[in-house]
Design a protein around this ligand. Structure first.
Ligand code: 2PG
Ligand code: MG
Length: 433
């Protein structure tokens, strides 16, 4: 009996990501001839609890960062076991991949190998059905577009000699559509560039396409954002808000349990840092703070959430690593009220969707996210629409690997026409109450 949905072949190869490091691409073909392709991203400020990205450690190739072990696993062990599987059963495929791997954190075959196969499979089914991926993952009549959180100033691990805090984002909450929102942030991005040039500050960019000037303090970045929003003719707070990802794990000193702001030569306790966020939230139109505290500083997370959680979205990235078990802990403790969703933190599409579902059932918002090392892959644009997350984080409105995601969403919104809704400020807590 022939079944055109059966997997007929799978092939992985080593390609390059946006930082010039190798990464995994997987092509999965069905008996019908339909092909699904997925390119796997890679983080820099990775959480300790993430699924393991397998690197060759062969110093003679790509300074040890090659991914031939991972691609070889796809082309041998994985391929042998998944050929003949019904691609429509994504959960069964993902479970099989986890079983073949056999480790608790995908360290044997590599989360990069496993995710590539998992996502390529979903694309193959969608392509066979000749429908967009978001529609295959969630067949609906109406769809929610995501509000973009655009990282226009890069610091931390994404840009050398810059701010301690990693990401300063602008969020077009007052726009009428996704496409209009992207125009606003692109206009502000250009104004920010001119402002930096006028002040003789560098306009070179960090890993996610945002500028990475050497500023005297972290707060100077906030002032620059406010000024640029205003100069564009938009009202901060009404039209455009601010979101932060300090990525606090990166400047947490475990021994002394302190947060070190090197830029300002200051050491803060968890409580001091919460005070700082609270003050910034009083001063600036901040709708979201991601990883405002370190990945295992649960007590401080609980304190932060009880202090600011009513009005501000508090997002766990390194804290939750898209893992439903860590998310469960957060829900039980009252730590954070939102989760960043990165498929490669957990390693399969099914587990990614499970984390989204658990979050949404518990009134946690979900933000679909890129990694700092990206490719031209647009899966996350479709995931954002399919999961009705209402938010996406995918860098500056510049650099091809970032605009690939935004442009795909512009296409999706255009094709959906009146079936697409842009939630704007409704995606955020301050306006939900
Ligand atoms: C983050 C991400 C993406 P990285 O911290 O949220 O912006 O960075 O991929 O380096 O972990
Ligand atoms: Mg983060």
């Amino acid at each position: 009996m022939t079944n055109s949905f059966l997997v007929s072949s799978v092939k992985a190869r080593e390609i390059l990501d946006s930082r010039g490091n190798p990464t995994v691409e997987v092509e999965l073909t069905l008996q019908s001839g339909a092909i699904g392709t997925a390119l796997v991203p890679s983080g820099a400020s990775t959480g300790a609890h993430e699924a393991v990205e397998l690197r060759d450690q062969d110093k003679n190739r790509f300074h040890g960062k090659g991914v031939r072990l991972a691609t070889n696993y796809v082309n041998s062990e994985i391929s042998e076991q998944i050929i003949g599987l019904d691609s429509r059963d994504q959960v069964a495929l993902d479970r099989l991949l986890m079983d073949i791997d056999g480790s608790p954190n995908k360290s044997r075959l590599g989360a990069n190998a496993i995710l590539g196969v998992s996502l390529a499979n979903a694309w193959a089914v969608a392509n066979h059905k000749r429908i967009p991926l978001y529609q295959y993952l969630n067949p609906q009549v109406d769809y929610l577009m995501p509000v973009p959180m655009c990282n226009v100033l890069n610091g931390g691990a994404h840009a050398e000699n810059s701010t301690d805090f990693q990401e300063f984002m602008i969020v077009p909450t007052g726009a009428g559509s996704f496409t209009e929102g992207i125009r606003w942030v692109a206009e502000i991005y250009q104004i920010l560039k001119t402002t930096l040039t006028e002040r003789k500050l560098t306009t070179t960019v960090g890993d996610e396409g945002g500028f990475a000037p050497q500023l005297p303090s972290n707060e100077a970045a906030m002032e620059l954002l406010m000024e640029s929003i205003e100069k564009s003719g938009k009202k901060p707070g009404d039209d455009v808000c601010i979101a932060l990802d300090p990525a606090a794990t990166e400047f947490f000193i475990a021994d002394s349990e302190e947060y070190l702001l090197s830029r300002e030569n200051r050491r803060l306790t968890g409580t001091d840092l919460i005070d700082l966020w609270s003050k910034w939230c009083d001063t600036y139109p901040i709708v979201s703070i991601e990883d405002g505290l370190a990945e295992d500083d649960w007590n401080s997370w609980v304190n932060l959430t009880s202090r600011l959680g009513r009005n501000v979205q508090l997002v766990g990235d390194d804290l939750f690593v898209t893992d439903k078990n860590r998310l469960k802990t957060g829900i039980e403790l009252g730590a954070a009220n939102s989760i960043l969703i990165k498929p490669n933190q957990i390693g399969t599409l099914s587990e990614t969707l499970e984390a989204v579902q658990l979050a949404q059932e518990n009134n946690f918002s979900t933000i679909i996210s890129h990694r700092s090392g990206e490719t031209e892959d647009v899966t996350i644009s479709h995931l954002a629409v399919a999961t009705k997350s209402g938010q996406i984080k995918t860098g500056a409105p510049a650099r091809g690997e970032r605009t690939a995601k935004y442009n795909e969403l512009i296409r999706i919104e255009d094709r959906l026409g009146s079936a697409a809704t842009y939630p704007g400020a409704n995606s955020f807590r301050s306006s939900r109450k």
